[in-house]
Design a protein around this ligand. Sequence first.
Ligand code: ADE
Length: 256
Amino acid sequence: MLTILALVLMSLTPPKTIGVMGAMEVELELLSRDMVVERDDTIAGTVYEMGSLYGVSCVVVQGGVGKVGAAQTAQTLITEYDVDAIIFTGVAGGINPQLNIGDIVISKNLVHHDLGQILPDRFIPFDTLGFFADSLLVDLALQAAEIVVLESIPEEIRGEEDIPKIILGRIATGDQFISSEAKRLWIEETFHADCVEMEGAAVAQVCTVNEIPFVIIRSLSDLANEEADVDFQSFVIYASKNSSLLVKEIFRLLAR
Ligand code: ADE
C-alpha cells in the first residue's frame, strides 16, 4: 500500500533530472555503458556527463574517493545542473557481521564516523544518527530490490546463500579505508552501522541542507577487516556491478 502511494506521489511529481554519483570509475562503468550521453562539461577537474538512462534524464559524475570530492560534486550537481535527486552507487566495507561480500545496503541514514572530539583516552562522535535518505527514493529502491537480478556470489566466498541479500540500513562514512577488525567492531558498536564507505554522509549532508532527495546504494567489496585490502581488489568489480544493477532497476521504475 505504502509502495503504491509512494509511486503515485512519484508520478505526480516526477524527478526531472537525476544526479548519479560514484567515487571510482569501476563503480560507474556499467551505468556509463547504458547511458546516452548528450554533452559533457569539466568543472574543477571533474567531468559531468549529461544525457539519459533508460529515457530518464540524468547527469553522471565520478566524484573521486573521499568526503571532500563527494561534497563538492554533490553541490555542483545541485547548483550547476539543478538535479532533482541524487543517487550514489558504489562499494563499501561490511560492518554488520550478518552481511557478506556482494550484499547490498540501501541507505536509511548515514553518519560521519570520523567527525568528533578526540580525548586522551577515547573519541566522542558528534552525531550517531546522521542524515536520513528520502523516503520515496528508499521505497523505490526497495521495490527495485524485489525485481533486480543480481550476479550470484562468487564460488570461493559463497556460504549458504547463492544470491546477495539487500537490506535497508545505516551507513558510516569517513575519510579512511577500514581494514581493521578492531575498528570494524568499534564502528558497529558505536554507530550500529551496516557498512562503511568514504563518501555517503558527505553527499547526504549536502543534499539535506539543499533539500534535495537522495539515496545511497552500496554493495560490499570487503568486510573492513584485516583482509579488506585483498578482498577489495578481488571483489570491487563484482560489488560495483551489483550496486549498478540495483540502480539500473531504480531507473527502469522511474522511467515507467
Ligand atoms: N569502501 C569499500 N571498502 C571499504 C572499507 N573497508 N572502508 C572504507 N571504504 C570502503
